[in-house]
Write a protein that binds this ligand. Structure first.
Ligand code: CU
Length: 370
């Protein structure tokens, strides 16, 4: 069970760098040092994992020479604690542990994957005075921290002695902002010349500063056969996929050796979804869009192959083509031929505005009702 959980977290952790084929090792074993050990929390999130806070808590911490910091993951995703410049590797950052259990500001020193499993920690002892910045290599856009190392025996800032990550105003602010964003995810649409509609929604969204939404823009989207949905990945800190699986199919994001599964990262299935088969956007990097047209009525589940364990799953309900379903006209429109004069004209106008180009079916309908 524990191993299975670990693999799931690694899948998430691997959500960095398009088509990266970086080996993903297990995190380094913690080593306790002499001196005081102070805790720092990496990330945070809502209980349902829909909103993640991509920050360190506290963002800046002061220790003395000889002290240690122990990082634990407070979120639903894996992170790294990485000091200095990582060696450049093709396709993405090197997520392997690096350096020793002590840091003096020189060598690149990294935790490797810090997994969100209770009890997992990364501990580093600071041996030299200085101000050291670090980052999470998986969420480098927003996850930056600073360690100030003072002379041995120097007093800590008084604000630090009462600090509790769980009540950090920055964590509260990130979660609050993320929840507000989650509740206001826009879905827009555009009527096409052929009578179909194109819908636009987020395929992931974050502000790139404090929060990440591990949800699609719409949990349930109702469309008609012939319509198109366009997902745009709008989170600078993440990658996602939009994936329709066959019944019972599982496409893990990473392979047992830790590399990214090429099947998960590569687009598959073409531009039209007909209610079955494996259809995948492939890895969507920030600002990348994916468009899919639906031509068969039904209700279809899809997911992000990277963040399905965080609940990043949604549904699309496709009903028969709009032209053959006049009942889909908005409810406030008259639905009998009894009305006359301006009401009918307004209705006709809206019909033409909304369903322009639907062809003879609509014209016949308008005549019947006029
Ligand atoms: Cu995702």
């Amino acid at each position: 069970m524990r191993m299975r959980r670990s693999l799931q977290w690694i899948r998430r952790a691997a959500a960095i760098g398009a088509c990266s084929l970086v080996m993903l090792p297990m995190s380094a074993a913690p080593v306790l040092a002499a001196g005081t050990t102070l805790p720092v929390q990496a990330g945070g999130g809502t209980p349902d994992q829909a909103v993640q806070a991509d920050l360190f808590f506290p963002g800046t911490i002061t220790v003395d020479v000889g002290d240690s910091i122990s990082w634990a993951d407070g979120s639903g995703e894996a992170h790294t604690i990485s000091f200095g410049t990582p060696p450049s590797t093709p396709g993405g950052p090197d997520l392997a542990p690096a350096g020793s259990t002590s840091y003096d500001g020189s060598a690149f020193t990294s935790s490797g994957l810090l997994l969100p499993i209770p009890g997992t920690k990364y501990t580093l002892t600071f041996s030299k005075e200085g101000t050291y910045n670090y980052q999470c290599l998986i969420h480098p856009v927003s996850m930056h921290g600073t360690v100030v190392v003072q002379a041995a025996g120097a007093a800590y800032p008084t604000s630090q002695t009462t600090y509790k990550a769980a009540s950090d105003p920055q964590l509260t602010a990130a979660i609050t902002a993320g929840e507000a964003a989650l509740a206001s995810q826009p879905v827009t649409s555009k009527a096409n010349g052929d009578g179909t509609t194109t819908y636009f929604e987020n395929g992931g969204w974050g502000d790139g500063k404090s929060y990440t939404l591990e949800r699609f823009g719409a949990q349930n989207l109702a469309i008609h056969s012939g319509d198109t949905v366009v997902w745009t990945q709008k989170d600078p800190n993440e990658n996602h996929t939009v994936t329709f699986l066959n019944n019972g199919q599982d496409v893990p994001f990473t392979l047992p050796d830790g590399s990214i599964n090429p099947q998960a990262a590569a687009p598959a299935g073409g531009k039209v979804y007909s209610g079955s088969g494996y259809v995948n956007s492939g890895l969507l990097v920030p600002n990348q869009a994916y468009s899919l047209t639906f031509d068969k009525a039904g209700t279809y589940q899809y997911e992000c192959l990277i963040h399905d364990d965080l609940g990043m799953k949604a549904e699309i309900t496709v009903s028969a083509a709009a032209a053959s379903t006049p009942a889909q006209v908005p409810a406030q429109m008259p639905n009998t031929g009894a009305g006359g004069g301006s009401t009918s004209l307004a209705w006709l106008g809206l019909m033409l505005f909304g369903l322009l180009g639907l062809g003879t079916g609509v014209q016949k309908l308008a005549k019947q009702r006029g």
